[in-house]
Design a protein around this ligand. Structure first.
Ligand SMILES: O=P(O)(O)OC[C@H]1O[C@H](OP(=O)(O)OP(=O)(O)O)[C@H](O)[C@@H]1O
Ligand code: HPA
Ligand SMILES: [Mg+2]
Length: 179
């Protein structure tokens, strides 16, 4: 446990089990397609690293950094590309790897850009889905867990750049970001 957390939602073991199962599923669904997995930095870094170790078919990785939260617990609504992909995605089967879908603004923006770049297919694998946070109608193709409408941190997810290193995921105490 961590003093800034209200409760732990997912232990390291629960995360590993779910990520392993998703890796097996993706390996089946993308066999023979040489998919490109796109990690949305920085939040998805832990999920991506653990997920790709459980993919047992040929695949490639690329990274994109996008930010809409800054040092806040609320989306600014303005999505910025901080680092773009290294290579063209034209004709490729893409799997966007996201830590969390909350308002959906980040993902809606990203999907539109990648489709515009003429990817063959664009699907989304999300570790967490927070359906109550949604401002745009978007659903992940693959997901591990639903989460309640609270600000969560750990395993890549931050508040003001902190807590990404926690191996588990929990709800941040509101007084940490309100006070
Ligand atoms: O559905 P949304 O409301 O758009 O929220 C989800 C996005 O917000 C977070 O990223 P953030 O902008 O905090 O950048 P980070 O990954 O570097 O923390 C998170 O990692 C998702 O990418
Ligand atoms: O609950 C959250 N925690 C951390 N980052 C986030 N970005 C969107 N929602 C969240
Ligand atoms: Mg963040």
């Amino acid at each position: 446990m961590h003093p800034d957390l209200e409760e732990i939602l997912f232990t390291e073991e629960q995360l590993m089990n779910a990520v392993g199962e998703l890796g097996t599923q993706l390996s089946q669904d993308y066999a023979g397609k040489n998919p490109l997995f796109i990690c949305v930095l920085k939040g998805a870094v832990m999920f991506m690293a653990d997920l790709v170790k459980r993919i047992d078919i040929p695949m490639e990785m690329d990274f994109m950094a996008i930010s809409s939260y800054g040092a806040s617990s609320k989306s600014s609504g303005v999505v910025r590309i901080l680092k773009d992909l290294d290579r063209s995605v034209e004709g490729r089967d893409l799997v966007i790897v996201e830590d969390i879908i909350d308002t959906g603004l980040t993902l809606a923006y990203l999907k539109e850009i990648l489709q515009h770049r003429r990817a063959k297919s664009v699907k989304v694998a999300a570790l967490f889905d927070k359906p109550e946070g949604r401002q745009v109608d978007i659903v992940p193709d693959y997901k591990c867990f639903d989460v309640p409408n609270a600000f969560i941190v750990g395993y890549g997810l931050d508040y003001a750049e902190h807590y990404r290193n926690l191996p588990f995921v929990g709800v941040l105490k509101p007084d940490v970001y309100v006070g």
